[in-house]
Design a protein around this ligand. Structure first.
Ligand code: NI
Ligand code: MN
Length: 225
């Protein structure tokens, strides 16, 4: 299984026969290394309606026929724009051809900014794939619900935002890594814009062995987690 960073909060996850993308914000992302028209996936997971997460999901879904998995209200919005959808909601899980998806709480907002169309609650994702567990926290502040994940789910890889201002900063992301008890973490949602400028090496240093930390440049990947 290969987990490739697409910049910001975007990750592409693939194994033999399955390929999915999470939060495909490519157009307008100054660090994007992929063009939306290059993306060929079967599923698109979207944490919330903000432009830096929904991103190019609709275009990719309409072109490829990929199914958008998202919280119900956001999924219905995507359906109204011509995408195939699978609506879910927080706490719910579902088996897909690539593995199981469970939606986790995220402390944040969710709206299409243009026209301020509200799209329900934001989420994070737990992915159970190839006998491994990946946690994509979405956009969120630190919350004690993360302790429940650490208590009941053995997380192999946690993708945690560290950008501050809109989401957790480095200090809280270190606490999140402790709560989740992940074996390995990858920081995300930083340095895309000036407002979320952070030093990922500082994050790695402060983790101080709590979890292994892989700092990925867009296009780089981890495998064998
Ligand atoms: Ni957001
Ligand atoms: Mn965001």
């Amino acid at each position: 299984m290969k987990i490739t960073f697409g910049g910001h909060s975007c990750f592409c996850i693939e194994d033999e026969g399955h390929k999915l993308i999470i939060d495909p914000f490519l157009t307008g992302n100054p660090h994007a290394v992929w063009k939306p028209e290059e993306i060929d996936v079967q599923f698109i997971l979207v944490t919330h309606g903000h432009g830096d997460h929904l991103g190019d999901a609709l275009e990719i879904a309409r072109r490829t026929g990929a199914t958008i998995i998202a919280p119900n209200e956001l999924a219905l919005y995507c359906s109204s724009k011509g995408a195939n959808i699978h609506p879910m909601h927080i706490g719910g899980s579902r088996q897909f051809p690539f593995g199981k998806v469970k939606l986790t709480p995220a402390l944040h907002g969710s709206a299409i900014e243009e026209g301020l169309i509200y799209t329900g609650n934001p989420c994070g994702f737990l992915l159970f794939m190839n006998e491994k567990v990946i946690y994509h926290a979405g956009d969120t502040g630190l919350c004690s619900d993360m302790k429940l994940i650490g208590e009941y789910t053995p997380v192999d890889l946690a993708l945690l935002p560290i950008g501050d201002n809109f989401v957790m900063g480095i200090e809280d992301a270190v606490e999140a890594a402790k709560f989740v008890k992940a074996k390995q973490v990858v920081p995300m949602h930083y340095n895309t814009f000036d407002l979320i400028k952070q030093d990922p090496l500082d994050f790695k240093k402060r983790l101080n062995g709590i979890a292994a930390c892989a700092i990925l440049q867009p296009g780089e990947y981890v495998e064998n987690i």
